[in-house]
Design a protein around this ligand. Structure first.
Ligand SMILES: [Zn+2]
Length: 228
């Protein structure tokens, strides 16, 4: 068995994240794990938990657990890294707000959408660097854009939370691709934004790729989200 914390250590060094050790990793069926630990919590968030490939979870003993479902190797590592970025972000938020209740911290929707952006951004950069030379950059760029556009037009009445979630993740992947291949990727692709408000959101995220840069502009991000 590979040492999962060793993978995380290398990742943290490469992307300049703090190396924390206040958590455990469980490779498991996430739904069963949460249901067994806290049934009420599970049923309140069943929909999200059932489709999660990874989850940062404060269990009923107050321990922080990175839960990862068994899946193919690349997706497994991605999920692990992604949840570790969430851990770093919530550790910093916990410090910043002087609040040790991670479940409460995780209810803050403003922070949630930022950390989702951040985790997707760093995970995507990490994945790109497995094999940067083998990537068809133009093709991936077009795919990220058209996937989001297709989603926007998939229904006249999209769920607001899902819409935001898909949007910030897409922006995270796109900006990762941009940062890795500045010469080949357009920073502001046409027809990528749901409307002008989303372009503002994208421009905001462009230079909020660390907790420190983001947290001092937290209220601006909240304002942008509330206007949507
Ligand atoms: Zn996430």
């Amino acid at each position: 068995m590979v040492d999962l914390k060793e993978i995380i250590k290398k990742f943290s060094e490469e992307y300049k994240l703090e190396l924390y050790d206040n958590y455990q990793i469980e490779v498991t069926d996430i739904s069963e794990y949460v249901k067994g630990d806290d049934t009420e919590y599970y049923y309140k968030r069943k929909e999200i938990i059932d489709q999660a490939m990874g989850l940062l979870y404060e269990n009923s003993n107050g321990n922080i657990v990175v839960l990862v479902r068994k899946q193919d190797c690349v997706n497994f590592i991605s999920s692990l890294i992604h949840e570790y970025v969430h851990l770093c972000d919530y550790n910093k938020l916990s410090n910043y707000r002087n609040d040790l209740d991670y479940r409460r911290l995780q209810e803050d929707f403003v922070f949630l959408f930022w950390t989702e952006f951040h985790a997707t951004y760093l995970t995507y950069r990490y994945l790109i660097n497995f094999n940067p030379a083998g990537l068809d950059v133009k093709n991936i760029q077009n795919e990220i854009v058209s996937d989001l556009i297709d989603y926007y037009s998939s229904s006249p009445k999209l769920d607001r939370h899902e819409l935001m979630d898909k949007t910030v993740r897409s922006y995270g992947s796109y900006l990762a691709l941009y940062d890795e291949f500045v010469q080949k990727v357009t920073l502001h692709p046409k027809h990528y934004y749901f409307n002008g408000q989303f372009l503002k959101l994208y421009k905001f995220l462009e230079n909020k790729k660390t907790f420190e840069d983001f947290i001092v502009r937290f209220d601006d991000f909240k304002g942008l989200l509330l206007e949507i």
